[in-house]
Each structure stands twice: as structure tokens, then as C-alpha cells.
Design a protein around this ligand. Structure first.
Ligand code: TXE
Length: 478
């Protein structure tokens, strides 16, 4: 019998109206678990519970919130191998990647335990005699958290932890493909001393549960990570009712490789950034912009390294690249391979469907030589598909890098201090990397982008307070 993951509403584990099934993308004959599908009535109940719990939780001491978050972080860290197994089985990233993600989630809770205690304000002299001014931060209220499937422990952690640390109540909806990871996190949170209603888990569809969260007048803020289309829809709905909103959406991140770069290091950055986690990262490097002087050598070496990558079951030791998360994402990747060929991009290697011992969504990483106007060089694919664009110079490469509707992150491989400095100043992104893959960020510093990639305040680190608090200015005459 598969485990049944239930929803967590107002401090109780609740059945849904129907059940859904969570599958292992490495082995479609392996059912990870069944989950209770919530509907709009469950959503309303969870939101009402959160709204009722808000005042009391907002007035708990920072020590209490720090203790709760510290306990959650400790349990996640102690169980990171087991949580990593679940993650690898449910989402398909390799076991080492999944264990690292679980560790990161634990560290995020630990970090925000400290942030509970550091929530600072300021006291200023007024411009009027005898008046004092205090500026303080207060919780926003009920926060709706809508998460994607690609980082099913880390992304919920970096939204839930700051929300609770800053005194908010949470209604959390994991993505439909990864209810097991959402449930595992909720189970740990439910045992950490969080009062009923302060944290709620709802598993169900975006259209029903997610939409009800977005539309509810009792939800004061929505934090969302996912596709551009859904993000834009949420932006319109929250703007109409003036709720606070934070959106992390797509990317088409460039990695520039200059002729003076350390070639092996640059190839490693490209390989890691483009294909690891099966390319299913908003920070993936999907445009490799390579200076003409090193272009052919770079492509040859990257091809060689790609051919050596082992694609297979996420839990098998030695697997470099796990499966694609589900059939529809696999079809999307395959359709872009087709689009690339049809629009005249030169196919270098990969993109083939692979069969392994178990029935899974396996494909080999793909590389194209493309032109800047090609769709495969402009649209987010969200799979192990990258393209190389040739640049005449650093200046040309930077122009190509910034020529995109997205602005999440960008990388540069170079040994030139002059170009590295110029790049950090002029890349139109939220995160710039020099001699590092575009994917792979620290958990204690801001995460987010510009242009079509992000909207609203940054996530993570102390900058998270911008979204999870509201500022009050208080005047006293004495
Ligand atoms: O995203 P959705 P999906 C991109 C990537 C991928 C594509 C589709 O290109 O191929 O999006 O993935 C919830 N109101 N990214 O379908 O639909 C949904 O239930 C409220 C990039 O998973 O945006 C899930 O919890 N919520 C991305 C979450 O939104 C709604 C990571 C994301 O789902 C909703 C994931 C609605 N109307 C996908 N409809 C990144 N940038 O990292 C859906 N949801």
C-alpha cells in the first residue's frame, strides 16, 4: 500500500475530496505515494485558520519563533539523506543533488531562526521639537506560498522560513508533481511547536487551490515560483485586490566564455549550469555565448564531456543526470529539439530519448549551435538543452547576453579583471557569476532577477524582510 499524504489544516491532518498519485520519473512502475487532493472548501478553511492565528503568532517572542525554526532546521538536517532519497525518487534529480538540496533546506530554517531575533527597526529624531519617530517592521499577515516542482524542499523552505520568522501565518501549496516532499516538510513543521492555523499544507491543483489562495481577500501576500504565464495571471489578480506579491519565473541565462578563460573551468561551468539537475533550474545556463577565438575548441571539449555524462535512474550511484520530471516536460523538451532543427540551428549532440532498465523519462543532454533570433536561443526550455552563440568580442558577447526578455542571472568565464568588473556592472540581471556556473547560489544572500524573470522584493537572506514585513512609522510627543 502506498503512503497517503494528507493535508494539514488548522493543526489537523485532513483527507481530501479525491486522491492523486505521485510517480517516480525514473521508474513509472514505482508509486511514491497517494495524496489527498484539497478543493476550494479546504482552501477556505486553511485560509480562515491562518487568519485567526495571525494576531497571536505575530505577538509571540522572537525567541519562540527562533526555537521553532531551529527545531525544523535541525530535523531536516539530521534526516537529509532520507529526505534526499524521497526527493530524488519523486522529482528525479540525482541522489547527491537531492541530499544537497535537503541540506540547503535545513540550513535555510537555521538561518531564519537567527533572523527572527535580528528583526530591527530604527529610532530617529523628528523634525519637530519633542517628537520621537520609530520605524518598525510588522508581519504582513497571511502569506500564500505557491511552489514549483523543481526544488521541492529548498524553494518551500526559502519561502516558509522567512514567513514564519517574521511572524506571518502560512498557507502552503506544493506543486502537484511533488506532494511527498511538501508533506514531509509539513510533517516536520507540524511537530515543531507551531500553533494550530499558523502553518497549513494544501495539496491540489493550481487552478483550484492555487487560484482560491490568489483570490482570497484574507490572503495578504502571495509568494510564487513557477512559469511566466501563471506568474502573470497571479500578478493581475493580486494587483486587482492590492495584495502584496512576489514572483520568481523563468530565465534564459547566458554564460559568456571569453578566449582568455581557463578552458577546462569554462567547460565545467557550462556542463554544470546547463545540464545538471536535468537542466530543470530557472538559473540554468541555456545560452553559451562563446568568443570566436575559443569557440571551436570549447564546443569540441563540451561535446566530449557531454558524451561522458551518465543519464539514468536518479537513485543509481554514478548517475550524473536524472530523468525529466514528467511526460509533458519531456514532450516540451523534444518539441524544442524539433524546433531547433527546423529553424536551422546546427545540432551538435544529444536530445535522444533513452531507454534504461526501468521505464522513465530519460533523454540525453542536447547542444546546438544557434543564431540569436532562434527560438531555442530565446525561449525557456527548462530541460537539458543548451545552445552556443558565437561572439566577435567581449562587447558583442555582453550585448547578446543582455538581449533577452529575462534577467535572472548571467555568467562570465574570463581571466581578465577588466572584463569581469565591467560584466558585474553591466549585466542586466539580478545575479552575476564570474568563473562559476549560473546555477548554484548561496542561501543567505538575495535571490531574484530583473525584467521578465522576477517581480517584487528579493527572496532569501535579510532582504526577505522586504516582502514578509510591512513598515510602520510611529510618532510620540512627550
Ligand atoms: O508551472 P506552473 P508548471 C516553467 C518551466 C516549465 C513550465 C510549466 O518552463 O516547463 O513552467 O511548469 C501553481 N493560480 N517553470 O506547469 O503551472 C501550480 O500548481 C495559482 C519554471 O509546473 O506555473 C504550481 O504549484 N497557482 C520555474 C505552481 O503554480 C497556480 C519552475 C507552478 O506551476 C495556478 C517551474 C493558478 N491559476 C516551472 N496554476 C522556475 N522558474 O524555476 C498553476 N499554479
Amino acid at each position: 500500500m502506498a503512503q497517503l499524504f494528507k493535508n494539514y489544516i488548522n493543526g489537523r491532518w485532513e483527507n481530501g475530496v479525491t486522491t492523486g498519485v505521485s510517480e517516480n520519473p525514473s521508474d513509472l512502475d514505482d508509486v511514491v505515494g497517494e495524496y489527498a487532493r484539497a478543493d476550494s472548501n479546504h482552501t477556505e478553511a486553511a485560509i480562515r485558520a491562518a487568519a485567526s492565528a495571525c494576531d497571536a503568532w505575530a505577538h509571540t517572542t522572537p525567541q519562540r519563533r527562533a526555537d521553532v525554526l531551529d527545531q525544523i532546521g535541525s530535523e531536516v538536517l539530521v534526516r537529509k539523506e532520507e529526505l534526499g532519497q524521497l526527493l530524488a525518487r519523486e522529482e528525479g534529480k540525482t541522489l547527491p543533488e537531492a541530499v544537497a538540496e535537503a541540506g540547503r533546506a535545513g540550513n535555510i530554517f537555521k538561518y531564519f531562526a537567527g533572523e527572527s531575533l535580528r528583526s530591527a527597526g530604527e529610532r530617529l529624531a523628528s523634525v519637530r521639537p519633542g517628537v520621537d519617530v520609530e520605524v518598525s517592521r510588522e508581519p504582513v499577515g497571511v502569506v500564500g506560498i505557491i511552489a514549483p516542482w523543481n526544488f521541492p524542499l529548498a524553494i518551500p523552505a526559502w519561502k516558509i522560513a522567512p514567513a514564519l520568522a517574521h511572524g506571518n501565518c502560512v498557507v502552503f501549496k506544493p506543486a502537484e508533481l511533488v506532494p511527498g516532499c511538501g508533506w514531509a516538510l509539513a510533517d516536520i513543521i507540524s511537530r515543531a511547536g507551531v500553533p494550530a492555523g499558523v502553518f497549513n499544507l494544501l495539496m491540489g491543483s493550481g487552478r483550484q487551490v492555487g487560484q482560491a489562495m490568489v483570490d482570497s481577500p484574507l490572503v495578504d501576500a502571495i509568494s510564487f515560483t513557477g512559469s511566466v504565464a501563471t506568474g502573470e495571471q497571479i500578478l493581475r489578480a493580486t494587483a486587482a485586490r492590492r495584495a502584496k506579491v512576489q514572483l520568481e519565473m523563468g530565465g534564459k541565462n547566458p554564460l559568456i566564455v571569453l578566449a582568455d578563460a581557463d578552458l577546462e573551468q569554462a567547460v565545467e561551468c557550462a556542463l554544470q549550469g546547463s545540464f545538471f539537475s536535468t537542466g530543470q533550474r530557472c538559473t540554468a545556463s541555456s545560452r553559451l555565448i562563446v568568443e570566436a577565438g575559443v569557440h571551436d575548441r570549447f564546443v569540441a571539449r563540451l561535446r566530449e564531456r557531454m558524451l561522458a555524462l551518465r543519464v539514468g535512474h536518479a537513485l543509481t550511484r554514478g548517475t550524473d543526470i536524472g530523468p525529466v520530471v514528467n511526460r509533458s516536460q519531456l514532450e516540451q523538451n523534444q518539441s524544442y529539439i524539433e524546433i531547433g532543427r527546423n529553424e536551422g540551428a546546427e545540432h551538435v549532440v544529444g536530445g535522444d530519448l533513452l531507454s534504461r532498465e526501468t521505464r522513465g523519462h530519460f533523454m540525453s543532454p542536447a547542444l546546438f549551435l544557434a543564431q540569436p533570433q532562434h527560438r531555442i536561443a530565446r525561449e525557456e526550455i527548462f530541460g537539458p538543452v543548451a545552445c552556443v552563440l558565437k561572439a566577435d568580442s567581449y562587447e558583442h558577447a555582453l550585448t547578446l547576453a543582455n538581449d533577452t526578455p529575462f534577467g535572472l542571472c548571467a555568467g562570465l568565464c574570463t581571466t581578465s579583471l577588466k572584463h569581469a568588473t565591467h560584466f558585474k556592472r553591466n549585466a542586466k540581471v539580478g545575479m552575476a557569476m564570474v568563473n562559476l556556473p549560473t546555477a548554484g547560489v548561496d542561501y543567505h544572500v538575495p535571490f531574484g532577477g530583473r525584467k521578465g524573470s522576477s517581480h517584487g522584493p528579493r527572496e532569501q537572506g535579510r532582504y526577505a524582510a522586504e516582502f514578509y514585513t510591512t513598515v510602520k512609522t510611529a510618532y510620540t510627543f512627550a
